[in-house]
Design a protein around this ligand. Structure first.
Ligand code: ZN
Ligand code: FE
Length: 254
């Protein structure tokens, strides 16, 4: 049973809708485009009360203004990036907590893909909405920040339990797993996951969510120090951050 409605948007984005049990307020994470979200809300006679934004890219915010015209809603996003985000009603910062009824989100900065990217941790449910930072078997491309910064951001997930579920911004799993297989051939868990992913995608279902445990087992961007990957890519003398950077640049050219 999932408490999260996944709404596919554009060609490969996801928006997520959750409801606070206490106040029955509806909360959307990212608004790639308005129409599929409006369709779902109208068909189910739901209001929209909050939109949480992970980062400023158009494919995560373009639906906001149209949704704002339809509903009396509040937009929540990173204070540090407010100039590039739609008008924010609530500005948040790293380490802060946002409460909507009894639903509590912990905010962490996860720069790398952009500067000013945040993730929302739904503490009670052990769920994280990671946007284009940590993704299923991948991480976002480094458009505005350094590999070191993304490396640091990904290390922040170590503080969470391995059962944490990861809801990221895109369905990129097919290309991510093909890249992972190319550098991590001996990984049995990855091979097993490949079978499951193919099956899920053949049914046209989202490969999201994953768990942090699955990511540590199969995501090359968390496995830069794995002995087999280090050997395959001849990275023995590099630091962890340098290994991460190497893997990121290989993926960019994959
Ligand atoms: Zn993005
Ligand atoms: Fe994106």
């Amino acid at each position: 049973m999932s408490k999260i409605k996944i709404i596919p948007c554009l060609s490969d984005n996801y928006a997520y809708l959750i409801v606070d049990d206490q106040t029955k307020k509806n909360i959307l994470i990212d608004a790639p485009e308005a129409d599929p979200i409006l369709d779902y809300l109208k068909k189910n006679s739901l209001n929209l009360d909050y939109i949480l934004l992970t980062h400023h890219h158009a494919d995560h915010i373009d639906g906001v203004e149209k949704l704002r015209k339809e509903y009396n809603l509040k937009v929540i996003g990173a204070k540090r990036d407010k100039k590039r985000l739609p008008d924010l009603d609530i500005e948040v910062e790293d380490g802060q907590t946002v409460d909507i009824g009894e639903t509590e989100f912990h905010i962490i900065d996860v720069d790398g893909h952009t500067v000013g990217h945040i993730a929302f941790i739904w503490v009670a449910e052990n769920i994280s909405f990671t946007g284009d930072s940590l993704m299923v078997m991948g991480c976002g491309r480094l458009f505005e920040d350094t590999p070191e910064k993304m490396f640091e951001s990904l290390q922040k997930f170590k503080q969470f339990s391995k059962d944490m579920k990861i809801y990221s911004g895109h369905e990129y799993t097919k290309s991510n797993i093909e890249f992972a297989l190319s550098i991590d051939k001996n990984n049995l868990k990855l091979k097993d996951r490949h079978k499951r992913v193919i099956e899920t995608l053949s049914k046209n279902e989202p490969t999201i969510p994953s768990t942090l445990r699955e990511e540590y087992d199969t995501n090359p961007f968390l496995r830069q120090d794995d002995p087999s990957i280090v050997k395959t890519l001849k990275m023995e003398t590099l630091t962890s951050a340098e290994r991460f950077a190497r893997i990121r640049s290989l993926k960019d050219n994959f």
